[in-house]
Ligand binder design. Structure first.
Ligand SMILES: Nc1ncnc2c1ncn2[C@@H]1O[C@H](COP(=O)(O)OP(=O)(O)OP(=O)(O)O)[C@@H](O)[C@H]1O
Ligand SMILES: [Zn+2]
Length: 480
């Protein structure tokens, strides 16, 4: 079965076929960079990272674009309120662009720690003002926008398909708008493409309509079309963005004469205490806090262990459980790597069969609307079978294939086993030294020098090397 994607536009799972055979363009709405990223911010990037890796694994060339919003996102969705970045700049006594830099880099650092591949392009809204102005001009020429008082608004009435993505009526949009904003609009449903800068507004650019700044939605239409072209393949973001942000993006692009994205993917929220994790409400746990307590790969595994179209209510116990599951897979991978150099030549039919099943189940899971928990389940099934076959000393060819499965599917596609995690035990020198210490510990025990033996074990534990005494002698593993 080829890749099926649930397309919000059609509300069905559809077979994915790219516009240009062999190439896939993906655009993901990125963060507004005015605060430290929280766990919710990681879900989308990790899910779409797996999508990107999976397409690449299947031989596609993928261009992955994810923007940084550094201007235009107001505290109020109805074109009123203060720019979120400017407000933060006031609080921190920084330049707005300092705020944007600071939190953009925290975001990139967190994503890197979570083994999310860098976007091919991470365009910033403030760096694409001419492109946005050009798109607004096209809308004005076609009568889908109008100038009012130095601001430009999209004329929703002129675009009947507005609302096709979310099927939603737009009345709420009016609710929070300040009176003067409402008054200059022809229709309360209209939204800002360009806003006149009030005297205190620092982030300002010249435009044909006077000094101002772009509306939040226009950046994504302008930048996705610029870098991915008309009719690009996949546009993604959180469900909260479906309306009004994505509706506006579609209307702006199509009303200006472009064909817009063909598949729309939306991930559901990470919750905390039953509510959406969000910067603006203060209901969140930052990635930095979590990373101080947990290896980042536990966090990635935790997020991938639920389907992106279901909400995920975060709990500490859930994350703790993910850790155990993750370590089970990681230890199996390490064991395969450890055995490989000394394995006798040969093919082990049992292991080969388990690998066939893993590959088939894994592909089936990801092709079914990116069912990552199912793909992880395929790995668990495999590890159960692998552990059985390891008792029979499988030959090198089969072990090498098992190693490739971990490397190509576990790391290459799911991104769960970066070199860093493996290297903690992978280095031959480290391995040799630990084994030497364990030999000395055995010797100490034979000489009834238990204090010495315990000291070696405890010192190793402090270094993260856990020693377990089994019937076959001491075994050790790293606690990452
Ligand atoms: N709790 C969450 N779970 C999943 N995705 C989220 C969550 N919060 C935000 N996102 C997604 O992260 C991206 C960046 O969103 P944004 O910067 O607006 O974050 P936010 O925390 O919701 O901010 P605010 O509270 O100010 O609206 C968007 O794609 C958004 O859908
Ligand atoms: Zn967007």
């Amino acid at each position: 079965m080829p890749l099926q994607i649930y397309n919000t536009l059609t509300r069905t799972k559809q077979t994915f076929t790219p516009t240009t055979p062999g190439y896939v363009g993906i655009y993901v709405c990125g963060p507004t960079v005015y605060a430290e990223p929280h766990l919710g911010h990681a879900r989308g990037p990790i899910v779409y990272d797996v999508l990107r890796r999976w397409l690449r694994h299947q031989g596609y060339r993928v261009r992955f674009v994810s923007n940084i919003t550094d201007v235009g996102h107001l505290t109020d969705d109805a074109d009123a309120g203060e720019d979120k970045i400017q407000r933060r700049a006031r609080v921190e006594r920084l330049e707005p662009m300092e705020v944007a830099e600071k939190y953009m880099w925290s975001y990139f650092d967190e994503m890197q720690a979570l083994n999310v591949l860098r976007p091919d392009i991470a365009p910033r809204a403030a760096g694409h003002i001419p492109e946005q102005i050009e798109l607004i001009q096209a809308l004005l020429e076609r009568g889908h926008a109008y100038v009012a008082n130095g601001s430009v608004y999209f004329r929703v009435r002129s675009w009947p398909s507005f609302g096709k993505l979310s099927n939603r009526e737009i009345e709420e949009q009016e609710a929070g708008a300040r009176v003067e904003v409402r008054e200059e609009k022809e229709d309360p449903r209209d939204f800002a493409l360009w806003k006149r800068a009030e005297p205190g507004h620092i982030m300002r650019w010249s435009s044909p309509w006077g000094v101002g700044f772009p509306g939040w939605h226009i950046e994504c239409s302008a930048m996705s079309l610029k870098y991915l072209g008309d009719g690009f393949d996949i546009h993604a973001g959180g469900v909260d963005l479906q309306f009004p942000h994505h509706e506006a993006e579609i209307a702006q692009a199509e009303a200006a004469g472009h064909t817009f994205a063909r598949y729309w993917m939306h991930h559901y929220h990470v919750l905390l205490n039953g509510q959406k994790m969000a910067k603006s409400t203060g209901n969140f746990v930052t990635l930095a806090e979590l990373r101080a307590r947990h290896e980042p790969m536990y966090i990635r595994f935790y997020l991938l262990n639920s389907h992106y179209r279901s909400v995920l209510d975060f709990t500490d116990e859930g994350l703790e459980g993910a850790k155990n599951g993750y370590l089970r897979l990681l230890n199996a991978y390490r064991e395969v790597r450890r055995r490989l150099p000394g394995a006798p030549p040969g093919v082990h039919p049992g292991l080969e069969g388990a690998l066939d099943r893993l590959e088939a189940e894994f592909a089936e899971a990801l092709n079914d609307d990116l069912n990552t928990p199912q793909a992880i389940a395929a790995f668990f099934n495999f590890v159960t079978e692998l552990n059985k076959t390891l008792l029979e000393q499988p030959g090198r060819e089969s072990l090498a294939r098992a190693e490739r499965a971990f490397a190509e599917l576990g790391e290459g596609v799911l991104g769960l086993f970066p070199h860093r995690v493996l290297e903690q035990v992978g280095g031959a020198l480290l391995q040799g030294l630990v084994e030497l210490l364990l030999e000395m510990r055995e010797e100490a025990r034979r000489n009834r020098n238990f204090a010495q033996a315990d000291r070696i074990r405890d010192r190793l534990a402090e270094l993260g090397v856990l020693v377990e005494d089994t019937r076959e002698g001491p075994k050790w593993r790293m606690n990452p």
